[in-house]
Design a protein around this ligand. Structure first.
Ligand SMILES: C[S@@+](CC[C@H](N)C(=O)[O-])C[C@H]1O[C@@H](n2cnc3c(N)ncnc32)[C@H](O)[C@@H]1O
Length: 240
């Protein structure tokens, strides 16, 4: 994260939430960038995914201003659950998402929300956008393990991911380690994909991403124009 961003987050945390979110509402929304980091190719990729796979619901971890949340609702027409730990951002996002009744802004840790959704009966097909971070405690491994254990039909997009053969894409580090394929826990049977658009042709913040598809959805995801295989299976699918 850039120093200016870290300073702004520090300032954000100093004001009490009931006051802070009102101040946030006074700032123009463009101050917070567009959905999916303002990246046009990423937005097209998500639209393509929504057309190709009959998802039942969407989960976003890390709501912040709810900019991507309303985008996900608009492009899918599906129920969207979004989890945010900051009370200030939750208040803001609830106001911003009030025009989207199918969006639920949960004031929860992302892991708790995923566990709660996982405990429901049924087998919904899930699209999950993993973007909860900025603190010391990064939930990425737990989020992935919870989804892997419960949803046989899921597509997971991880933001801020290192695209190892395209250095034009920005990525994050957790505890000094780059967020890349080596960082991930074992996810047997899931297949990884990178954006097919090179960073030079992307717009906005040009953050990398990884898309993971469970075995059931991998063929449909592999056929998308907006994705290319990320090189290898994470762990070979066990022989049946
Ligand atoms: C990069 S921002 C999310 C941006 C948002 N998805 C978007 O596209 O506009 C990361 C957010 O994750 C939140 N966060 C961090 N850890 C979290 C956790 N364990 N559960 C839920 N939210 C978390 C932070 O407070 C921050 O608002």
């Amino acid at each position: 994260m850039r120093l200016s961003e870290r300073a702004r987050l520090k300032l954000d945390s100093l004001l009490p939430a009931p006051l802070g979110y009102r101040l946030d509402l006074l700032r123009p929304l463009r101050f917070y960038g567009g959905p999916m980091n303002g990246q046009g190719a990423r937005q097209r990729l998500v639209r393509e995914l929504m057309r190709a796979v009959a998802f039942d619901e969407i989960v976003e971890t890390g709501t912040y201003r709810g900019v991507t949340t309303t985008f996900l609702s608009d492009v899918s027409g599906l129920p969207v659950h979004t989890a945010e730990v900051s009370p200030r951002y939750v208040r803001y996002a609830r106001v911003r998402c009030a025009t989207h009744p199918s969006v639920t802004v949960h004031h929860r840790d992302s892991r708790d929300l995923l566990r709660e959704l996982a405990a429901r009966p049924g087998a919904p097909t899930l699209f999950c956008y993993l973007d909860a971070h900025w603190g010391e405690d990064v939930p990425r491994h737990d989020e992935l393990r919870i989804i892997h254990a419960r949803w046989p039909r899921a597509v997971v997009m991880i933001d801020d991911f290192q695209v190892h053969d395209d250095p034009g894409y920005a990525y994050t580090r957790y505890g000094g380690a780059p967020l890349n394929l080596d960082y991930l826990p074992e996810l047997p049977g899931w297949r990884p994909f990178y954006p097919a658009t090179r960073a030079a042709a992307e717009t906005g913040d040009r953050r990398g991403c990884l898309v993971l598809a469970t075995a059931a959805l991998a063929p449909a995801v592999a056929a998308l124009d907006g994705l290319r295989p990320a090189g290898r299976h994470l762990v070979p699918t066990p022989a049946t």
